[in-house]
Each structure stands twice: as C-alpha cells, then as structure tokens.
Design a protein around this ligand. Structure first.
Ligand SMILES: [Zn+2]
Length: 287
C-alpha cells in the first residue's frame, strides 16, 4: 500500500486535521526562502519537507498509523557525530515508519511525547511544536521519505507530504444538523455512521460510484460532520481527486516499483470486489 494521510486536508492554504493545523510557511522544494537571523539561507538546494507554522507547544499528531523508529533529543548527549549533526539541523525530532516502509519526520519540536519502538495510530501525539535546531521560529517541519529512506535524505527520494493527503476539502466540513445538510448531492455524516451503514442508506447508489465520487482509496473512516458526495460532484469540485501513488516516488529498484504497482492494483480490485459483495448482500437481504 502506498502511504496516504487520509485525515489531513488543506483548506484555504491551511493544513487542517493532522499533524498540526496551521499556515504553510514553506512548501516542499522551496529554494532559499527562509533565512536565519544571521542571514544564513536555509533550503539552498530545495526544501526537504513542508513547514507548517503553529504556536509553540501545539500538539503534533501522527497523520497515519506506524511505528516510532527514531527519536532525537537535545537533552540526551550523543557520541555519534552524525546524530549531533542531525540534532543541529532538526533539533528534537521523531521519525515514524509506516506500512510500505515510508518514513515521516517531525522536526524542531519543543518536546517529544513518544519513545522509540512505540506503535502509533493516526491522531496520537508525537511531540509539541517548537523551534529547536535550524529554525526561524515555532513551526513543524514535516518530511516524508520513500521506501527505504529512513532518515528522509534528499538523495534517497523525498516526497511532498501534501501530495499524500486525503481528499482536499473545498470548504471545511461543518457539523450541522441533518436538515441543514448539505447541498444537493451531499450527505453529512452523523455519529454512528459507518461505510457499511452508508451503503445501506444509499442502497440505490452503486457503491463503486460512491467510492469514485468521494475519491476513497480505502474503506473510509467516517466522522460526524464529514460530507459525503451522494451524486457526482460538479466539475471543478476538488472532491473525488484523491491522490494517487506519487509518480515521483523513486523506487529502490525497478522490481520493487513493479511489485508496488501490483499491490496497488490488487488493493483496488479488493475494494471493488468488497463493494460488489456488499451490494449483493444488501439486495439479498431485501428479498
Ligand atoms: Zn522545513
């Protein structure tokens, strides 16, 4: 499976949901747009992550399930020169490994809230926003390394976190009363709703259409207030444009890339078949 931050959204230039809410102060790949007080230009060869400005102490949350494989703490002296160098740049930082061996880096933290080896689920607090290491002010540096790139190194393949987020929202989902709901063709998720209960509620709709209209790449986890398309979104709507596996992901080698593609295809087939089975069950129950 490829890595997808299903619960994170960008709304009006702000990252909402996970890992922190805030304004993007420096996008992935930015060149020389950040300087230290002494004039030193950061990112001379392209910014290796996404910077999100947020107040000191804001909780940084895991955007997807994984395992903490490294924590770097300024409070703990390190003998290894590379670790000292790492901490000079990234300050207090955390690396999480995700399914498919993708890695995410959370840097410049003021405090760490996880231990190495700890399993995390989406939403778990990894640390607090800070300005440790090479930093111009409180922000989260969010880096993503492709398969095998544990330390999120430039030469081993970096990804732009914002290409991996879930369905971009046109506007924030508002937790409103059902009667307020939604424009034509939308449904506001209520507490207790699940993907299965939606399939029952909208039994007249082909589940594959629901999946396509909402850009789901996996069984969605629905929260009260989420807006679900129950009709084809109008042209120009950003809904349904779920991110595909990033084309830029540099595979370790061609064989791995081939296998990854195959796995993605199988996952897609699985989703289609489960939806069909679900639909048949609903029909059978109605007989
Ligand atoms: Zn940064």
């Amino acid at each position: 499976m490829t890595l997808v931050f299903a619960q994170t959204r960008v709304v009006g230039g702000r990252v909402e949901g996970l890992p922190v809410s805030g304004r993007i102060t420096s996008p992935f790949g930015a060149v020389g747009d950040a300087r230290l007080k002494d004039g030193t230009v950061l990112h001379t060869t392209g910014h290796t992550g996404v910077d999100i400005g947020a107040p000191l102490g804001t909780e940084v949350k895991a955007p997807a399930a994984g395992r903490v494989v490294d924590t770097f703490s300024l409070a703990i002296p390190s003998a290894a020169p590379w670790i000292a160098d790492w901490k000079r740049i990234y300050g207090n930082s955390v690396i999480v490994e995700h399914a498919g061996a993708y890695y995410t880096l959370y840097a410049h933290l003021s405090a760490l809230k996880v231990r190495e080896g700890q399993a995390v689920v989406a939403g778990d607090v990894l640390g607090l926003v800070g300005s440790t290491g090479l930093s111009t002010g409180p922000h989260l540096h969010w880096g993503v390394g492709g398969p095998g790139n544990r330390y999120v190194q430039r030469d081993k393949g970096l990804l732009d976190a914002l290409t991996l987020i879930g369905t971009p929202a046109k506007e924030p989902a508002k937790p409103k009363e059902d009667s307020m709901a939604a424009q034509q063709g939308q449904y506001v998720v209520k507490a207790g709703d699940t993907f299965d209960s939606l399939l029952v509620r909208f039994a007249h709709i082909d589940p594959l259409d629901l999946v396509a209209w909402n850009g789901w790449t996996d069984t969605p986890v629905l929260k009260a207030g989420d807006v679900v398309w129950t009709a084809k979104p109008p042209a120009g709507s950003s809904s349904g444009s779920s991110p595909e596996a990033p084309k830029s992901a540099p595979p370790a080698n061609d064989k791995v890339a081939e296998l990854e593609e195959l796995v993605d295809e199988l996952a897609e087939d699985f989703l289609r078949i489960s939806a069909k089975v679900q639909r048949l069950r609903i029909k059978a129950a109605a007989l």
